[in-house]
Design a protein around this ligand. Structure first.
Ligand code: UDP
Length: 472
């Protein structure tokens, strides 16, 4: 490729909107603010939402799809981490073709993957392309992941299951708050997580969708890792700019409904792209919301017992009407106060709406950042993956969220518990405190992506390195 061409980056988001969204936002920033061009390589079978996200990207961001990668030989209950990891390793031969073709016409300065893409790093290495990981979660989780091998894997004896982890600069982490499958030495998930952790040593840099003002403790330690370890850059929060989606959103019924509600009065309830509640929990949630007497907007999914991530790979959400699983007469009784939306709602536009006063969330990191940039205080309702860690950080670290009291993992939270926490968030003392803290955090987030902000500068520094690198 010619030396005077525009610097080009290639991004490989692993399947799922929670990965595609932040990597697409990164590509967008690189193109709009830094005059680079970008290719996003996607997995096939994208949802309509994912397709419209891609088509909303500016000129200069191109996307290329991998062919369908069959996984039907895997047992039906295969864990989501294993599924994602296997899918990506099977994509290597196709990816190799795509990269080779791109390299004929582009000056590729960076190959960017997320947590699950490590099996493809050797391809970029062979082609002499610098490699980066974009951690789509936070510095707390990154600290956990980077320490996973030394904490558990490289030790001869079995770990103490009650051990509280003190990761450098982080809020203490209790065993109930990290996913047990990620530290169970006999599990397939653990083996994959160790591989993914070690991939973080093989890259030229690690970018994180978080910001130093929110996570100053781990930020300091990760910055000073040294020992030839790849540097860590906090470049977030990168979220979709909801103002740019206005035209689509204008037709949405729930936004029209929000227009009729008083300022900061409505609780929004959603569990990300994959989250589902059990049958019992769905019912208690409904009764709890009713009992709270507060206004709400709830994205309801068909309940699934025993797999809280059931909707992750099944974005068609079946043919059952999820509203049919709510208690008898609920929708009718609630029609003045609450609105229920089946399966999916325009979350970013909703969180940006002035009628929203709180967000009961599964604490997926994109949802969390979207709540932060809109200054919306939260109720934590973690379901799977690293969501419990995020919840701890929001409640105990940043103090921008309330947690339902007396709720244990895997137990159904009763309607009283739900009613109490919802009332407290929207009109109680607890709510006042977390709302103020969230307001401060929003200000800090705005500042960090502003012209002199640390996230903005970190990204600019990296881009500068790419632009000036000599290419062979
Ligand atoms: N989302 C949405 N509408 C919904 C549910 C989710 O727009 O009804 C979006 C949400 O705004 C976020 C993403 O899907 O950008 C979910 O990412 P997150 O990291 O929060 O959770 P995950 O889906 O990865 O668990």
């Amino acid at each position: 490729a010619e030396g005077n061409q525009k610097a080009h980056v290639v991004l490989l988001p692993s399947p799922g909107i929670g990965h595609l969204n932040p990597l697409a936002q990164l590509a967008k920033r690189l193109v709009l603010d830094h005059d680079l061009s970008a290719t996003i390589i996607t997995f096939s079978d994208l949802s309509g939402i994912q397709q419209s996200l891609l088509s909303s990207l500016p000129n200069g961001v191109t996307s290329v799809s991998l062919p369908t990668i069959p996984l039907d030989d895997l047992p039906i209950n295969t864990h989501i981490v294993t599924r994602l990891s296997i899918m990506i390793s099977r994509s290597v031969p196709f990816l190799s073709q795509i990269l080779l073709t791109l390299q004929k016409t582009r000056r590729i300065v960076a190959y960017i993957i997320d947590l699950f893409g490590g099996e493809t790093l050797s391809l970029a290495f062979e082609l002499g392309i610098p490699r980066y990981i974009f951690c789509t979660t936070n510095l707390f989780y990154l600290s956990f992941l980077l320490n996973l091998p030394s904490l558990y894997h490289d030790k001869p004896c079995n770990h103490n299951p009650n051990q509280v982890l003190f990761l450098p600069g982080c809020t203490p982490l209790h065993p109930k708050d990290y996913s047990s499958s990620s530290i169970d030495k006999n599990s397939e998930v653990f083996a994959w997580m160790i591989r993914h952790s070690k991939h973080h040593d093989q890259v030229d840099g690690i970018m994180v969708n978080s910001f130093e003002a929110m996570e100053s403790g781990p930020a300091r330690f990760l910055k000073e890792r040294g020992n030839g370890k790849p540097p860590v850059f906090s470049i977030g929060p990168l979220t979709c700019d909801s103002r740019s989606n206005k035209s689509q959103a204008e037709c949405s019924l729930c936004l029209k409904w929000l227009d009729q509600q008083p300022s900061r009065s409505v609780l929004f309830i959603a569990f990300g792209s994959g989250g589902t509640l059990s049958f019992k929990q769905t019912k208690e949630m409904a009764l709890g919301l009713e009992m709270s007497g507060q206004r709400f907007l709830w994205v309801v999914r068909k309940p699934v017992d025993a797999d809280a991530s059931a909707a992750y790979f099944n974005h068609h959400h079946g043919k059952d009407n999820p509203l049919g699983f709510l208690p008898e007469g609920f929708v009718e009784r609630m029609k003045e106060k609450g609105m229920v939306v089946p399966s999916w709602a325009p979350q970013e536009e909703i969180l940006a709406h002035g009628a929203i006063g709180g967000f009961l969330s599964h604490c997926g990191w994109n949802s969390t950042l979207e709540s932060i940039v809109n200054g919306v205080p939260m109720i934590t309702w973690p379901l799977y993956a690293e969501q419990r860690m995020n919840a701890v950080m929001l409640v105990e670290g940043a103090k921008v969220a309330l947690r339902p009291t007396g709720m244990n993992n895997d137990e159904v939270a009763g309607k009283e518990v739900i009613a109490d926490v919802v009332k407290d968030l929207i009109e109680g003392e607890g709510g006042k405190e977390v709302r103020q803290k969230m307001h401060e955090l929003k200000e800090a987030a705005m500042k960090t992506v502003g012209i002199d902000g640390s996230s903005n500068k970190a990204l600019a520094l990296m881009v500068n390195k790419w632009k000036t690198m000599t290419y062979n």
